[in-house]
Design a protein. Sequence first.
Length: 178
Amino acid sequence: MPNIIYIATSIDGYIAREDGNMDWLMKLPNPEKSDYGFSIFLNRLDAMIMGRKTFETILGFSQWPYVRQIPLFVLTNSLDRLPLGLPVKAEIVNGALTGILNSLNGRGLHSIYIDGGVTIQGFLKEDLIDEMTITRIPVLLGTGIPLFDKNALELEFDHVETKIFNNMLVRSKYLRKR
């Protein structure tokens, strides 16, 4: 029952600018319009848990970026409803992360994509991440929203693979040692 991170960072470990902007990701040359294996990754999933800020950022995109429609759970304490007309079945979740996961697992949702900086950090702080795929983008932002935050736990992962795309993107996959 893996909880999975699949995310891009700058070389210095930021997932977005301080204001949440990810324009630096959109500037990457991609003449073949490759998704670099993202659709293959999505095919493994039963559901997605996304933080509110990331959800709101994605709503601002010109199109929904997830080609496979899987249930979306927006982790938030500040929203009481989601906008109408979403391109995917979505609902709000909040509370203890283990309780949320137990509820989703009880609904038959076991392979879960975790997305959003604060959300990812919260799952890591409770040792609830089983797999991480991190793609490093060749840019130094200098400041921004970090992927990792201080954590009282020391979590060990095994490196599984690294692939290079377009001679510039370095994607590495890690599995949690348990």
